[in-house]
Each structure stands twice: as structure tokens, then as C-alpha cells.
Write a protein that binds this ligand. Structure first.
Ligand code: HEC
Length: 89
């Protein structure tokens, strides 16, 4: 394999980033899928919380939902809510 091809491959991996990179659209889908089964999405969307606050809430919801969604999904939802419903300044 030429060095040039190798460099291109490395660049592609680098630009593509790790597989776990945050994806806003995917996180929004997880939120819509998992957070509307017991109440309206509004219940979350009318609140403002910091990351620690959302983390606490989502963990509590995860407890109610017992196994309905994974820790990975919960993490993405916390990230999503922190971005769209972060603390009021
Ligand atoms: C299994 C049912 C269930 C699911 C699934 C669920 N919730 Fe809830 N949620 C509740 C119940 C019950 C309450 C009221 C009691 C309470 O606040 O602990 C509530 C209250 C809330 C509140 C208001 C209280 C607060 O702390 O601000 C928010 C915000 C909220 N949920 C967000 C979410 C989010 C975000 C998700 C998705 C990760 C979610 N819920 C999924 C049952 C659920």
C-alpha cells in the first residue's frame, strides 16, 4: 500500500471521528422515542436544567421505565436536553 493511500485512510478515520461521537439528530430521536411513553415531551421541554439536573431526572425516569432504555440512550438524551434545554441565563 502506498504511503499516500495510507495517509488518506488515516485522514478518513480522523475526520470521521470515533463511532460514539454525539449526533444531535439521533439523540433527538431517542428523546422522542423514550420520553413520550408516560407523559408529553413538553414535560421536559418546558424545563431548563444544567447537565447534572438532566442527569438526575433522566436517571429517575430510567428507574420508572425499568429497562426500557439503555444507559447509552440515557446519556445521549442528557446531552440533547443539556443542549436544547440548558440552564436559563
Ligand atoms: C416509565 C414512565 C416514564 C418515562 C419512560 C419517562 N418519564 Fe418522565 N416522568 C414520569 C413520572 C411518573 C413523572 C412524575 C414524577 C417525578 O417527577 O418523578 C415524570 C416527570 C418528569 C419530569 C418533571 C419532573 C422534573 O424532574 O423536572 C420531567 C422533566 C421528565 N419526566 C422528563 C422525562 C424524560 C427526559 C424522559 C426520557 C428520558 C422521561 N421523562 C421518560 C414517568 C416517565
Amino acid at each position: 500500500m502506498s504511503r499516500f493511500v495510507l495517509a488518506l485512510l488515516l485522514a478518513a478515520v480522523f475526520v470521521g471521528g470515533p463511532a460514539t461521537a454525539y449526533d444531535q439528530a439521533a439523540a433527538e430521536k431517542l428523546f422522542q422515542k423514550h420520553c413520550a411513553t408516560c407523559h408529553h415531551l413538553d414535560r421536559a421541554l418546558k424545563k431548563n436544567k444544567d447537565r447534572a439536573g438532566w442527569d438526575k431526572t433522566v436517571k429517575r425516569m430510567q428507574g420508572y421505565a425499568s429497562g426500557m432504555f439503555t444507559d447509552g440512550a440515557a446519556e445521549s438524551i442528557v446531552e440533547y436536553l443539556t443542549r436544547v434545554r440548558g440552564p436559563k441565563d
